[in-house]
Design a protein around this ligand. Sequence first.
Ligand code: COA
Length: 152
Amino acid sequence: MSGVSLTPALPVHAAVLSQLHSESFDEGWSSQSLQTTLETPGVFGLIANIDTDEPLGFGLFRLSADEAEVITIATRPQVRGQGIARALMDQALKTAQENGACSMFLEVATDNEAALGLYQNLGFEEVGRRKDYYKRPGGTHQDAVVMVLKLS
Ligand SMILES: CC(C)(COP(=O)(O)OP(=O)(O)OC[C@H]1O[C@@H](n2cnc3c(N)ncnc32)[C@H](O)[C@@H]1OP(=O)(O)O)[C@@H](O)C(=O)NCCC(=O)NCCS
């Protein structure tokens, strides 16, 4: 795989992560909300770099009892397709397993081909749908697919 390196995301990184999040989602999360999320017990985050210290992607994940969850994951638009999200997910799955999680859940919009490809490639399987889960600009909605990967 690529030379992606990963470092823990800490509350002090909230402003940087807010910038990365807003590049990838219509409704970017504020620095304050990301800081609060990162301070929540059970939440862990990872920041991805290639060669330099510049953050190119990040993921936030939650551990709760024997389940883990993807809160969000994003790669900067100009560096997609280089294995960054794959590296983030591989490490998150490893960390979840090491901390006793038996499965990892996530929600993804039914029209998000890149994310669906990422998760299917990792072995996640659809276990449900949430109607009109995502709000879109212009007042439209998009269904979510609920996916799970068994870790043990
Ligand atoms: C989804 C996203 C995180 C993928 O990031 P990335 O760093 O480009 O992904 P990677 O290069 O690690 O790709 C890993 C795998 O994902 C899948 N994938 C990535 N981009 C894809 C695309 N455009 N179409 C289909 N599958 C794709 C492939 O299976 C790929 O494996 P391969 O390279 O062996 O084919 C990125 O597109 C993104 O930030 N999107 C906007 C935010 C978002 O939608 N996040 C997910 C919310 S649920």
